[in-house]
Design a protein around this ligand. Structure first.
Ligand code: ATP
Ligand code: MG
Length: 367
């Protein structure tokens, strides 16, 4: 039995912009509409180059990206390098992290011939789009954003910088420049996506084309089966919080990290995410790797306690990621190829961003 169906397209409601029923359709409906006309859709997602991708990325967003690409949808992957310095003073080992993201994408099945993988800093038009977009949101709206608040709480900086506060608006530019309508993300990104939708709606209202058509789509978030995978400390698994299990970790490291994962003292293993978040998170992880339902995995471990649970999860993770890790090791041997993929992606992203910027300048009446 499978647990890996993708859940609903979640769409937090902007009171001025309630989600229409189509936005709340399940993945099955989406799957059908995408299959019927893949060329009518575009996907954009991205990951900050702050460290290696982890299991939360894989079960929260990467799998959906690969699925959508296989359905024939055009794929854009932004590596938002300027956004690294939203919560720290210096972007450490930027080139290495950027290359490793490309490596993780290719290893997990993103086809570089059909995807545009680019860095934010290589596409100057994105920062020009940012300026009119910033005029469309109030400072109070930016302050209210719960994800910005969470990121500020985990920031290594004493004071909040302007880049952090405006993060969701940069993200709006990253998504809207290519007119993406589907954004496979984790739950933490929903408030940001709401800002993108608000920016798109307000821009379209304020600056329609003379014939009444509008410039931007209102993109939808697509959540996967693990929209908020927890890390080994029980908080959101994050690259920057020292609590993650990297996709590319070797089997012994995976075992060691999982051995240190937080659990509880009840020997009976159950799947109860509300009452037992950490144990349930490990059960879910094993279930996702084995393509089973979590309740069945918990039942099988029964009274085995945390040690048996961790053994099961370690085996499941290592088994599931073995082919991906092998492919990753092969690809890692050719760093030049990774750079070529990025170079081609930057070129293509620039062409598209320039065209969108021209359109934006036109509807705004710039000479
Ligand atoms: P950082 O700690 O540097 O912010 P991160 O692990 O939070 O890193 P991001 O680059 O911020 O990763 O997020 C990239 C994408 O992965 C986003 O769509 C985000 O929602 C998703 N994502 C990140 N962490 C998780 C998680 N634990 N579970 C599910 N999805 C996640
Ligand atoms: Mg993050």
């Amino acid at each position: 039995m499978t647990t890996t169906t993708t859940t609903a397209v979640a769409d937090p409601v902007d009171p001025a912009d309630p989600a229409d029923p189509a936005d709340l359709a399940g993945f099955d409906a989406l799957d059908e509409s995408v299959r019927a006309d893949p060329a009518a859709h575009r996907v954009l997602t991205g990951d900050r180059p702050t460290g290696p991708l982890h299991l939360g990325h894989y079960f929260g967003s990467l799998r959906n990206r690969v699925r959508l690409q296989r359905l024939g949808v055009e794929m854009f992957l932004v590596i938002p390098d300027y956004q690294v310095i939203t919560d720290r003073d210096v972007a450490d080992r930027l080139a290495e992290h950027t290359e490793n993201l490309v490596l993780d994408y290719l290893a997990t099945g993103i086809d570089p011939d059909r995807a545009t993988i680019f860095t934010h800093s290589a596409v100057p038009a994105l920062n020009q789009l940012l300026l009119p977009f910033l005029s469309l949101v109030s400072v109070a709206e930016l302050h209210r954003n719960p994800t910005v608040k969470d990121e500020i709480a985990h920031s290594s900086q004493a004071a909040v910088n302007g880049l952090m506060l405006t993060y969701p608006v940069h993200q709006a530019a990253d998504i809207l420049f290519c007119k993406a309508d589907l954004v496979p993300v984790g739950k933490d990104q929903l408030p940001h996506l709401e800002v993108t939708r608000t920016v798109a709606r307000r821009f379209n209202e304020r600056y329609p084309h003379p014939d009444g058509t509008t410039v931007f789509p209102r993109p939808r978030a697509l959540l996967d089966a693990a929209p908020l995978l927890l890390g080994t400390d029980g908080g959101k698994m994050s690259k920057s919080r020292g609590n993650s299990i990297p996709l590319g970790a070797d089997e012994d490291t995976t075992a060691r990290l999982l051995k240190g994962a937080k659990t509880d003292t009840d020997r009976r293993i159950t799947y109860d995410p509300a009452a037992r978040p950490e144990v349930s998170n490990l059960v879910l992880l094993a279930a996702l790797c084995q393509d089973r339902v979590p309740e069945e995995v918990a039942e099988e471990i029964g009274d085995g306690g945390a040690a048996a649970l961790k053994r099961t999860v370690t085996e499941a993770v290592n088994e599931h990621f073995r082919p991906i890790r092998a492919r990753r090791a092969e690809l890692a041997a050719d760093r030049g190829h990774l750079r070529d993929v990025l170079r081609a992606g930057n070129e293509r992203a620039n062409a598209i961003a320039d065209a969108t910027l021209t359109e934006v300048r036109e509807v705004m009446g710039s000479l």
